[in-house]
Design a binder for this molecule. Structure first.
Ligand code: SF4
Length: 429
């Protein structure tokens, strides 16, 4: 449908950025804009950037340049964490029309409307609001991401996020519950809680565990998934809540290092023993619970022994997937000034080792699930297969023809590791 203006988006980084783009796309469509793929010609390009590592900076700059080159005279808006990190520099970059910081991202539709009405506008004219994003419709995802929190007060020594996303703030619980009612009424079958450090959630007397308890108590045929979390701010209550059929048995619990001496230099707020105690407590109740994690390799001063500790814990915790990050110097962080910076080739070699452990763990976990069933939320249907994720966050494919956004029980019959990422095969149970 030809809309009043053609607009294109590019999103980099975390689920929080994905959520914010989804919400904006839904609103632009409601206002009659035609949302076209980023590689196509458009009158306006919005790049929702990430700055968590040098690599994400590089990718973000690359997308900005592509947008500037794609159509002469197009309006190019840079938002996201890079907009906060390099605001002045981006404002001076030829071809960049507006630089919109994270806390004004929710007003992008109003800014675009004013712009296309020929008004002279500046992002600073619009209210700073981290939460009032429009409701997402089935824009880009089958699952509905719901933002509950923003910012962080932890100041881990390597992390730039507190600087670009600000201090921790929580969205009112009532708004979150209302948001979830509306997206499940709109047909979403899975809700994913997202934020920067969500276990630090607090709205008056309501903390993170209370909020999860209130959400799973909501009526409706949907399930709740918790996205990436820090190993702090929750305990027995959340462990018990995983018994609830709505709460999916998977946690992406960020370890970062398996060495206590490295964790101290990272200013992380737990020990390896404390982390493993959490993992073991949950596993003692739900033996097939799925844990995934993040590990940084090559943190300043990381010795062979300290790295060996990360490999040991990665095996011991049986993470079914490990996002592996090479340490990246971020100006403005304490770790950037630390001695003992590790050579790039050592970081690369260590990352390869962690990825090998991750793959082995994954195949072992898949094997342990064969012959079992999964309630799969189907997201894609190709010529030969329908694909989706089970409640344990297992990627499952079946030759049965299943429409996207359908939930169906699948008997797991095999493992396909012929491609880049292995997945499970099954048939409708
Ligand atoms: S917990 Fe640490 S790593 Fe995570 S966002 Fe906060 S400062 Fe960054």
């Amino acid at each position: 449908m030809a809309g009043k203006h053609k607009i294109a988006f590019k999103t980099l980084g975390c689920r929080l950025n994905q959520y914010e783009t989804d919400a904006l796309v839904s609103e632009f469509r409601k206002k009659g804009y035609e949302v076209v793929p980023f590689h196509e010609e458009a009158e306006m390009y919005i790049i929702n950037t990430c700055t968590v590592t040098n690599q994400s900076d590089h990718k973000s700059r690359n997308m900005i340049s592509q947008a500037i080159r794609r159509r002469e005279g197009a309006t190019v808006i840079v938002t996201g964490c890079m907009a906060n990190h390099y605001k002045e520099k981006l404002e001076q970059q030829a071809g960049v029309s507006y630089v919109v910081e994270n806390d004004r991202k929710s007003s992008l539709v109003s800014l675009a409307e004013a712009h296309f009405h020929g008004e002279t506008v500046s992002p600073a004219l619009f209210p700073a609001d981290k939460f009032h994003f429009p409701l997402t419709d089935h824009a880009f995802h089958t699952r509905s991401l719901v933002k509950i929190q923003d910012g962080c007060d932890n100041f881990c020594s390597y992390c730039i996020i507190p600087r670009v996303r600000g201090r921790a703030v929580s969205r009112p619980a009532g708004e979150i519950l209302d948001n979830i009612r509306r997206v499940t009424d709109a047909g979403f079958r899975e809700v994913v809680l997202t934020g920067v450090n969500i276990t630090r959630y607090r709205d008056g007397q309501t903390d993170f565990e209370d909020l999860v308890e209130q959400i799973v108590a909501l009526p409706g045929d949907f399930r709740l998934r918790i996205s990436s979390i820090e190993p702090e701010g929750f305990g027995e209550k959340l462990f018990d809540l995983f018994a609830h059929p709505k709460l999916t048995p998977h946690l992406h619990l960020c370890l970062q290092s398996g060495s206590d001496t490295v964790l101290r230099r990272m200013r992380r707020k737990y020990t390896v023993a404390g982390f493993m105690k959490m993992v073991d407590s949950i596993r003692s109740r739900y033996p097939d619970f799925n844990f995934t994690t993040d590990i940084i390799t090559g943190f300043p001063g990381e010795t062979d022994e300290e790295f060996a500790a990360s490999v040991r814990v990665a095996r011991e915790a049986r993470f079914s997937h490990i996002h592996t990050f090479k340490f990246s110097v971020r100006d403005g962080t304490a770790a950037a000034r630390m001695e003992g910076q590790i050579p790039e080739k050592v970081k690369t070699a260590r990352s390869r080792i962690i990825r090998e452990v991750s793959l082995q763990n994954r195949l072992d976990y898949f094997r342990s699930m064969l012959g079992r069933t999964q309630e799969v939320l189907f997201e894609k249907r190709g010529r030969a297969m329908s694909m989706g994720y089970g409640e344990h966050y297992l990627p499952v494919a079946t030759e049965d023809k299943v429409r996207p956004n359908t939930m169906a029980r699948v008997l797991l019959t095999g493992i396909d590791d012929t491609g880049k990422e292995p997945f499970l095969r099954g048939r409708l149970a």
